[in-house]
Design a protein around this ligand. Structure first.
Ligand SMILES: [Fe+2]
Ligand SMILES: [Fe+2]
Length: 190
């Protein structure tokens, strides 16, 4: 699907603030791709698509998960914001024509990360946290600086900030976030 068509469809399916965030992630991801010598167009497209399932009400997201055979874990039921990333590769494929496996991977892991992330996975995960419209999240200025100087350190900081934030609010930490943290705290393995 053409980028303009994707944008038009997304702007109809997401609330305005979410669409603004989406554009912020797409432009931040493409700037990171420029700095890191990654595929700029792919980063832009993945950024556009990362929250493509977020416009559906939670009930509908749950239904879609069962239609796509996504097994709902206890954590997904308790923290329904995890659903939109699990659904993202399917909605990106079926509603936005995405056939690219690297983009599918990046949109799928953008909330929790995963062990052994590709460069594009890392770019989207980080861009989601640091895009210009973000406010009031822990360690934001440090993450923004690290994104363009040490991407692995940046990734680790964001995961640690997120875990600390969830702990401080007595919210459950998804086991996949813990796995990602375990994997990256000793340095990148790739
Ligand atoms: Fe998201
Ligand atoms: Fe997002």
């Amino acid at each position: 699907m053409e980028l303009n068509e994707i944008k038009k469809k997304l702007s109809g399916n997401l609330k305005e603030s979410r669409y603004t965030h989406t554009l912020g992630v797409a432009y931040t991801a493409s700037a990171m791709a420029m700095a890191l010598g990654a595929d700029i167009q792919k980063a832009f497209r993945a950024g556009l698509l990362h929250d493509c399932a977020k416009g559906y009400p939670i009930e509908r997201q749950m239904k879609l998960c069962s239609q796509y055979g996504i097994i709902l874990t206890r954590e997904m039921k308790e923290s329904p914001q995890l659903l939109h990333s699990a659904l993202a590769p399917y909605i990106a494929r079926d509603c936005y024509g995405n056939e690219d496996a690297e983009i599918a991977s990046a949109v799928e892991c953008h909330t929790t990360g995963k062990p052994g992330m590709s460069l594009l996975d890392k770019i989207i995960f980080i861009a989601d946290y640091i895009e210009p419209g973000r406010k009031d999240i822990p360690g934001l200025s440090e993450a923004r600086r690290l994104a363009f100087s040490d991407i692995n350190q940046c990734l680790l900081k964001i995961i640690e900030n997120t875990m600390q934030y969830l702990k401080s609010r007595d919210q459950a930490i998804d086991p996949r976030t813990t796995e990602t943290h375990e994997y990256y705290k000793e340095g990148d393995h790739t």
